[in-house]
Design a protein around this ligand. Structure first.
Ligand code: 3HC
Length: 677
């Protein structure tokens, strides 16, 4: 195998080039080549300075994540970075694209850094449950100061070249199209300068109050995660007067600890799961896509408006249809209000708001949808209404228009069957609020054409969603798995648990909210039969009393004027009343562990059944759905990843103990443990 690293002489400057597509990850061969090239430059008397640059779309985007967990090969990255820094001749990093993680650390090991204006620098390891493990936590604060180093490592977001230059991380911004030539010229300029600036030889200083404030401000964001605090601790170490060597040893121990833990394994799993989700089984990657230059939306309610914003923000014009002018006006007002709120926070410019609103055509004329390339129906969750709309769309839309339903439960095949073009119909299940939530379940009907599915999956990327293919089953992937959890949560109330306890267990697990908080947010009345006299369960009783959740100031909790919840004595009475009437046993103490086993194990079990039924392409897709659609804690890797880390034998035993029938595939896993696929 030829080395991905080559060297090119430009007079007395040796240019070291990496060519390791797609992102120049620092795999073993790259590290070996870099190490050898630096030694070559140092040994060659005719070389005065060196430049490291990368071919392709980016400077090194980090260590090669696929090597993690495998036996080490070639020189380790920290050693390579040390070799670069120790060079007796200046080394210049020439940065374009994204210098991330180990790539940023290579740059920090260089004596000088130049970058094109569009370049970005970052240490996103925290998003993989890690920290920069090649001296980055020690060099970064020494060069850029503690506050920025904390931000970059513990939050993990890259910074633009300009900001990096202001912070002293970049020595010169060079021409966007003349990186190599400018870097060589710069190398000649500094070739004779001594002593060489080495980050490891500098000092960093921390303001303890600022560090404490950083921890406090981000406490919510860091909740449950191990890596952010580990990053902050390493930065503190760099600034507490310890030697560079001691700091690096501290970093190394922390890195190894995180790498061996479940959280990082979960977060690395998600990295690949997210990318894998975009691949559609049985459809070639080069399938010709249908052009989508205009989108129609039926329904300007909360969902319709939110869906519209996704396309408008991506520069795709939207026609939105309502039945009544007041509803249309309200919907458009909400869209504008959302954009203006974003602009008020400085995340959008006023002209961008106007451009987005200018691309929105509100109308009462259904016929205006005729020429759209894609139409998404976002009306009530009633089959009859949906069928009526699809019949009308079938009659007016041009040939080739993709017809999508935003249904969250209903049978997409039944909807498709009322058209003469079922091959053009699928589900696009957005999650509320649709302009914020990253998940999109794309529901593949029995007759959905391959190019329709491929087009919508590609479109999802354009509107910055993470899309997962789901089959036609009640509730698709996410909501189908949610159902057993909600059912069991209600049973637990009858047996003696309180909404507060059940929710607390879910929040402690890492979910943003528990089942009852979720009901109150979504609306206790969702799916209610609307007959106050017909009370068959606790939910009916709440709905009959107008306890519809946050929107009416009362649900499973009572709410004050600021929507702060408190336990509800009335709900306790309702539960007590039900218990008495149904002859249920007296309430008992229920352990937190039982709540986990009875609400989360059945959810995992349902995931396994979904896989068995072929309604999800792969287990990791289910994990993506729960992380991006329901706030499953990233550090637990999604329900199917968690099931494996919990132990399939435990899950199966727990299910059986509580009277559930474990999926056959889970029983099989007890005999042959490992990941479920
Ligand atoms: N290692 C191995 N493969 C990687 C990789 C990495 N660091 N980064 C990206 N890839 C792969 C992706 O899996 C994907 O493969 P696929 O085509 O087979 O699915 C391919 O490269 C392209 O990646 P994207 O689809 O993500 O391409 P984008 O253009 O959207 O994004 C990127 C490019 C911004 C570089 C993005 O890939 C990214 O954020 N990568 C991860 C960066 C990172 O986390 N670096 C730190 C690594 S850990 C580390 O460095 C430890 C060190 O401190 C010791």
């Amino acid at each position: 195998m030829p080395s991905p690293i080559r060297t090119e002489r430009h007079g007395d400057v040796l240019v070291i080039v990496s060519d390791n597509p797609p992102v120049n990850a620092l795999g073993a061969a790259v590290r070996e080549g870099l190490d050898a090239a630096i030694r070559q430059g140092v040994a060659d008397a005719s070389i005065a300075a060196m430049v490291i640059r990368c071919d392709g779309r980016t400077f090194f985007a980090g260590a090669d994540i696929t090597e993690f967990g495998k036996p080490p090969a070639g020189p380790m990255l920290p050693t390579v970075v040390d070799t670069i820094e120790a060079s007796s001749k200046p080394v210049v990093a020439a940065i374009h694209g994204t210098a991330l993680g180990g790539g940023c650390e290579v740059a920090l090991g260089c004596h000088y850094r130049v970058a094109v204006p569009s370049a970005k620098l970052g240490t996103p390891e925290v998003k993989l449950g890690l920290l920069p493990g090649a001296g980055g936590t020690q060099r970064l604060p020494r060069l850029a100061g503690v506050p920025l180093a904390m931000e970059m490592t513990a939050l993990g977001d890259p910074i633009a070249a300009g900001k990096a230059a202001d912070a002293g991380l970049i020595d010169r911004i060079v021409g966007e199209d003349s990186l190599e030539a400018d870097a060589i010229a710069y190398a000649r300029e500094i070739a004779g300068k001594r002593p060489l600036p080495r980050a490891s030889e500098r000092q960093a200083r921390a303001d303890p109050d600022a560090v404490a404030a950083f921890r406090k401000v981000n406490a919510r964001r860091f909740r449950g995660f191990e890596a952010p605090e580990a990053n902050v601790a390493c930065i503190e170490k760099a600034a507490d007067g310890s030697s560079f060597a001691d700091g690096v040893a501290f970093e190394r121990r922390s890195f190894a600890g995180l790498m061996a833990g479940t959280q990082s394994a979960a977060q690395r799993h998600l990295f690949f799961a997210e990318r894998q989700a975009g691949r559609i089984d049985g459809i070639p990657a080069d399938t010709a896509l249908r052009p989508v230059a205009s989108v129609g939306i039926v329904g300007a309610g909360t969902m319709g408006g939110g869906i519209a914003m996704n396309f408008l923000s991506a520069g795709i014009p939207v026609t939105i249809v309502e039945m009544r002018q007041d509803a249309l006006d309200r919907g458009i007002g909400t869209v504008r209000g959302n954009y203006e709120a974003t602009a008020a926070k400085g995340r959008m410019r006023p002209e961008q708001v106007e451009a987005a609103m200018g691309a929105l055509t509100p109308t009462l004329d259904f016929g205006a949808l005729a020429g759209c390339d894609l139409v998404i129906e976002a009306v009530y969750e009633t089959m009859e209404v949906k069928k009526d709309i699809f019949t009308r769309l079938d009659a007016i839309c041009k040939s080739g228009t993709i017809l999508a339903s935003n249904t969250s439960y209903l049978d997409v095949d039944e909807i498709a069957a009322c058209t003469k073009r079922p091959q053009d119909v699928l589900g696009m299940h957005f999650f509320s609020p649709a302009n914020v939530m990253k998940l999109l379940e794309v529901v593949r009907g029995a007759r959905t054409a391959p190019d329709v599915l491929a087009t919508v999956m590609a479109l999802a990327r354009r509107i910055r969603k993470v899309a997962v293919v789901a089959g036609v089953t009640h509730g698709f992937i996410g909501n189908r798995m949610l159902m057993p959890r909600q059912v069991e949560a209600m049973k637990l109330l009858m047996e003696g648990a309180t909404p507060e306890q059940v929710d607390r267990v879910h929040v402690a697990f890492g979910m943003p909210m528990g089942p009852f908080q979720m009901s109150d947010l979504a609306g206790v009345d969702i799916g209610w039969h609307r007959d106050p006299a017909r009370i068959e369960n606790i939910r009916d009783a709440l709905a009959a009393e107008g306890r519809w959740g946050q929107k009416t100031g009362a649900g499973f909790y009572d709410y004050d004027a600021r929507r702060q919840p408190s336990p509800s004595p009335r709900v306790a009475e309702i539960v007590e009343d039900f218990r008495g009437r149904s002859g249920a046993p007296a309430p008992r103490d229920i352990s937190d562990q039982e709540i986990v086993e009875r609400t989360l194990y059945p959810l995992v079990n349902e995931g396994a059944l979904i896989l068995e039924g072929g309604f999800a392409q792969r287990a990791s897709d289910i994990d993506v759905v729960w992380i991006y659609g329901y706030g499953w804690p990233v550090y637990r890797g999604g329900p199917m990843f968690w099931g494996e880390s919990e132990g399939w034998d435990r899950i199966v035993a727990g299910l059986e103990k509580h009277g559930f029938e474990p999926a056959g595939s889970l029983r099989a896993k007890v005999k042959a443990p490992g990941a479920i696929h």
